[in-house]
Design a protein around this ligand. Structure first.
Ligand SMILES: NC(=O)c1ccc[n+]([C@@H]2O[C@H](COP(=O)([O-])OP(=O)(O)OC[C@H]3O[C@@H](n4cnc5c(N)ncnc54)[C@H](O)[C@@H]3O)[C@@H](O)[C@H]2O)c1
Length: 279
């Protein structure tokens, strides 16, 4: 006999994922499909969502539904349009995963940030990062949370990071032979956004605690995604388990957190970091 496994089912639930076309967006999509829910991907770039949709349908079957919307989550009107379309088609909105954030990969210079240190960190970049990672998450919670409040049910999962709990150890981003003023650092806005989203979680968890809406934070950490060997070695030394994570190591936790498997969890911060923040 199995008494509890069905609680992981999110069958036919409408599950919105912001930044759904990115690296972890793919894995959130898989978590939703595993639970038999309907992923609704929101991203400012269509290409990534097309790739996620194609891959996920080839894994889970072409009869599954994946909705995609090209929207900027900092634009409330666009979010309201998505809400109206979803309500007309399905009549309910059940899960919101606030996943989108600017996530500059300092370690491989892919965004060509240049030698931006704290003293010369551009205020434009600060505003842009806060707009996507915090204002966007707040707007999505306003627009989709309003429906959850009317339904008296819903789950919001905010994606933070180990950098929502600890400061980046900037030594792992250093490049041999470069003077201090040429060294890149993980931007201050990333720490602020990732700490801030935990505050948003706690505020909303308490605000909606008696309205049937649960709000929690997941902190992923140190995803291995083609970084160079030197970086992998340096960061692995900071992790008690001695290795970076794989994107698939978050899927089961996400399904747990967005399903009725976690009905008494709200306001919580779940950390998957190989022990890094315990050291
Ligand atoms: N990758 C990691 O190592 C890691 C580690 C810890 C936490 N995280 C967190 O996980 C989340 C996802 O990270 P990722 O690695 O998949 O990032 P990613 O850059 O691959 O994906 C982010 C997605 O957000 C989209 N986006 C950006 N601005 C947007 C906007 N205004 N409106 C709509 N969509 C927008 C981008 O187009 C992109 O597809 C982020 O919150 C990140 O901070 C990532």
């Amino acid at each position: 006999m199995k008494r509890y496994i069905d609680r992981f089912s999110i069958k036919d639930k409408i599950c919105i994922v912001t930044g759904g076309g990115g690296l972890i967006g793919m894995k959130h999509t898989e978590a939703i499909l595993e639970g038999e829910g309907i992923p609704v991907l929101l991203d400012i770039v269509q290409n990534g969502m097309d790739r996620v949709k194609q891959t996920a349908l080839s894994e889970y079957g072409n009869d599954r539904i994946i909705e995609t919307f090209t929207v900027d989550i900092t634009d409330r009107t666009s979010l309201e349009n998505v809400r109206e379309i979803l309500l007309k088609k399905y009549g309910h909105i059940d899960v919101l995963i606030n996943n989108a954030a600017n996530n500059p990969k300092v370690e491989d210079a892919s965004k060509n940030l240049g030698p931006i240190r704290f003293h010369n960190f551009p205020v434009d970049m600060w505003n842009q990062d806060i707009a996507v990672g915090l204002t966007g998450a707040m707007l999505c919670a306003q627009v989709f949370g309003e429906i959850m409040e009317k339904q008296k049910s819903g789950v919001i999962l905010n994606i933070s990071s180990d950098y929502g709990l600890i400061a980046p150890d900037q030594r792992i981003y250093r490049k041999e032979g470069l003077p201090d003023d040429q060294q890149m650092v993980k931007p201050v806005s990333y720490s602020v956004v990732k700490h801030g989203i935990i505050g948003l979680t706690k505020y909303l968890a308490v605000y909606w605690a008696d309205k049937g809406i649960r709000v929690n934070t997941l902190c992923p950490a140190s995803l291995e995604n083609g970084q160079n060997e030197e970086f992998i070695h340096k960061i692995s030394n900071l992790i008690p388990m001695g290795r970076m994570s794989r994107p698939d190591e978050y899927v089961c936790t996400v399904l747990y957190m967005i399903s009725d498997a976690s009905t008494y969890m709200t306001g919580a911060t779940v950390v998957l970091d190989g022990g890094r923040t315990s050291w």
